[in-house]
Design a protein around this ligand. Sequence first.
Ligand code: PEP
Ligand code: MG
Length: 579
Amino acid sequence: MEIKKGIAVSPGISIAKALIIDSEDYRIPRRPIEPSQRMTETQRVKNAFADAVQELSSLAETQDKAEGGKIMDIFAVHLRFMRDKSLKRKITDLVRSELVTAEYAVSTVLREVASHFANVKDAYISERAADIYDIEKRLLRQLLGKKREDIANLTEQVIVVARELSPTQTASFNKKFVIGIASDAGGRTSHAAIVARSLGIPAVVALENFTQCVRGGDTIIIDGNRGIAILDPDEETVRQYRKYSEEFLALEHKLDAIRDLPAVTRDGIEITLLGNIEFPDEAEAVLQKGGHGIGLYRTEFLYLNSKTEPTEQQHYEAYAQTLSVFKHRPVTIRTMDLGADKFTQSKRFVREPNPFLGLRSIRFCLQNLSLFRTQLRAILRASVIGSAKIMFPLITNIQELTQARLILRDVMEDLDEEQIPYNRDIDVGIMIETPSAALTAYSLAREVAFFSIGTNDLTQYTLAVDRGNELVSTLYSSVDPAVLRLIRTVLQDAHKARIDVSICGEMASEPEYIMLLLGMGVRTISIAHPMIPEIKQVIRSVTIEDCNSVARKALALNSERQISAYLRTSARHILPEAF
Ligand code: PEP
Ligand code: MG
């Protein structure tokens, strides 16, 4: 039995056999082979090349008829690369000399070639890097074919174990069969973790080298409450965890009973509890858990889950579906937050040195106007169905907001000309998730109907700590005094300007932080639907007077460690039954 401590990102307990998946998007872990396996592994490389060439040739034949020349040209380039004997030899040489698996050798060599291309100044050549990543993916698909099929056609429950998961991969899991997730990498607010929480799959991330200890089929326990993964548990541990699991389910059941009760503090202050969603079919779950509407619809998942760019009609249908669930209650549709760790199909392989500081989010939209306009048209068309709001993410300055609004107005004029109805008084707001936006909130507040504070990114950018990097996860905290000061500024500026303000980052789903947030003046919270009952229970157990006192004291402390410890103690003191 081996117990590993990681970061708890999605609550619940699961016990099942491990299914290890090698991500096609990341480096394949280096697994050594025995000298006697050299022949088998080099033969696997050769077979993968032969099968990939055959697959691409037959694809080229069908494409040729349907689409004409352009795609054929791309396939021809790929075929030329794959028929290049020296490339294949370089890979098999690496297998023989370093005693590594076929997957590792393919990935290492092709990534070397890709980065070589990417660094060439000539744009035509540097763009070939995307082709090389595509070829790597195609070869890995051949090599990992069996395992990939496994995840698509599961017939029994498993715990997925991976080095790192992308949000797209996580979103594709069938939660009937994938009942737990363990990954080496990741952080509490990484997007894959957020998706796991939305799906309600217990998950632990940042388990360092867990994938190297586990073999497919090993029994694993995932404790998504305490952030623990247990490999090969003994009978007593399994028995104990089955009991924890029953207790956890009983508690969830009990919390569901408060679904129809208001989210009101003991001294009568009403709090609006909204849901964060990634997909329209989650809207129903938010309603079921007692959510009052949607505070954050992460629409970029419409792109991540599809092979092609969604059409205006597909956008429209997704928004219309969500709005019709909530009728007149608010549905805040955030425009695409693509980039960084969330890529479109076509932009997936344009590597940026610092993607979180790069062409992300509203910046990406403002440089890809037809994509942006398509989405805005669809939101406006759907706005007649319910109470839609538009929210622009990652605003860093007023010019970006002005530009986004101009485009919105332009799209409105098009609809007017075409006599297509829409809500011309639709509320437009922004996310405050960069320090620059927080520090200029006083002027941004004059231009919008509402703010939503995205504490996941605000924390990452304020503290200069990557939200998904397990190596610095202990430095990432939304209750760092620097982050709290920015949040306080934003709340004060929003209140002064009399505009709505909410919190939609993961911070708001931490029961220990609720008193602090309410004491700082937060009255609207948006969180993943599985967390709604628990947070409502906390709200119903406190008074604003207590919250004000907690916030006052926490804000007077000058280190993150003191603040965290104080919030933990005061939550336990005021709410012993909940903690
Ligand atoms: C945030 O940054 O806090 C946020 C809610 O947006 P996302 O997690 O999608 O980046
Ligand atoms: Mg964000």
